[in-house]
Design a protein around this ligand. Structure first.
Ligand SMILES: NC(=O)c1ccc[n+]([C@@H]2O[C@H](COP(=O)([O-])OP(=O)(O)OC[C@H]3O[C@@H](n4cnc5c(N)ncnc54)[C@H](O)[C@@H]3O)[C@@H](O)[C@H]2O)c1
Ligand SMILES: OC[C@@H](O)C(O)[C@H](O)CO
Length: 302
């Protein structure tokens, strides 16, 4: 069915033709599903341009996207991994799975609140002591709340900013101090969001959106300050991913809208964020600094 559009210039009832693909089929066909995961052999891992060398700290490390990121870094050669999360227990099965699938890697899990600079500094020192170095930091720790700005309590605003933005700064600072001492650089990746680029629809979440926008400029500032130490600082801005964060009462209709408004017609799955992460953490990304990689199926083009 052609769509009818009334526009502001009075050109009413313009018909938007249905786009056709070269084989004559309509473009509104269901988008293809996500691709199957790629599994590298151990030999392939070590020699690949996308090989990941050294040890990583991942914050919010027992969350859904973080565990997918951890698995991808291990698949590409990561030798040591520390998952820092304020809720370190909830993903015991997933962590056991990683340990089983990557028996040569050293995997630590630590209960850490990223808003506590003392806890973070202690954990970074302990991880470096056990693994021998810290070469990568990926900051996934984050919370989201849907609250109308008129109803927002200052405490809710501060908590969101504290975890999502200040927590990332605290972790980046502690890890960068360690990296500067080690003298061989490193890679830091913040997990921002398309919410840093666009106001979400339909849910109101100003504190989250502003906290994620803050991460983007923090990334710019640190990329500028720390490049001289060989530390690259980048970010990834995911679109709507199918995780627990986006499930629950009241979100069914929103999920439908998010998928409908996406050129690819769906939400992403966690593994689809991991390619950009591997790029940023590997030799293949050696000249990528201060960049934000939007990974959203094209959501922000509208
Ligand atoms: N799921 C999405 O669609 C989506 C889209 C864009 C961005 N993101 C971002 O990606 C990140 C991970 O999202 P997810 O979907 O995996 O959510 P998730 O809830 O599974 O993971 C978040 C993790 O952060 C941890 N955390 C929260 N506060 C913490 C604190 N103070 N200290 C330490 N850990 C803390 C939680 O315990 C949890 O394990 C978040 O920053 C989120 O904003 C998610
Ligand atoms: O913008 C997408 C994400 O940051 C997030 O999943 C969403 O905003 C949560 O409501």
């Amino acid at each position: 069915m052609p769509t009818t559009l009334s526009d502001r210039n009075g050109l009413v009832n313009r018909q938007i033709p249905e786009m056709q693909l070269s084989d004559g089929s309509p473009s509104s066909l269901t988008a293809p599903p996500p691709p199957a995961p790629l599994h590298l052999t151990p030999e392939g891992r070590a020699q690949h341009r996308f090989a990941v060398q050294g040890n990583a700290i991942i914050t919010g490390g027992t969350g859904t996207l973080a565990l997918a990121g951890a698995r991808a870094l291990l698949e590409h050669g990561l030798t040591g991994l520390a998952l820092l999360d304020r809720d370190a227990e909830s993903a015991a099965d997933a962590v056991e799975g990683l340990a089983r699938d990557f028996p040569a890697a050293r995997i630590l899990v630590k209960q850490v609140d990223v808003t506590r600079a003392d806890e973070v500094a202690r954990a970074v020192g302990e991880v470096s002591g056990v693994l021998g170095s810290v070469d990568m930091l990926v900051c996934y720790a984050g919370v989201v709340g849907c609250v109308h700005a008129l109803d927002m309590k200052p405490e809710e605003w501060r908590r969101t900013m504290d975890i999502n933005a200040t927590g990332a700064f605290i972790c980046a600072q502690a890890v960068a101090r360690e990296m500067v001492g080690q003298g061989r650089g490193g890679s830091i990746v913040f997990i921002s969001s398309i919410s840093a680029h666009r106001v979400n629809y339909p849910q109101p979440q100003s504190a989250y959106n502003v906290s994620k926008a803050a991460l983007l400029h923090l990334k710019n500032c640190l990329a500028a300050e720390w490049a001289r130490y060989g530390i690259r600082v980048n970010s990834i801005s995911p679109g709507y991913m199918d995780t627990i964060l986006n499930e629950g009462a009241g979100l069914e209709s929103a999920r439908k809208i998010w998928a409908e408004r996406n050129p690819m017609g769906r939400m992403g799955v966690p593994a689809e964020l991991t390619g950009p992460l591997v790029l940023l953490c590997s030799r293949a990304g050696s000249f990528v600094n201060g960049a934000d990689l939007v990974v959203d199926g094209g959501a922000v083009v509208f």
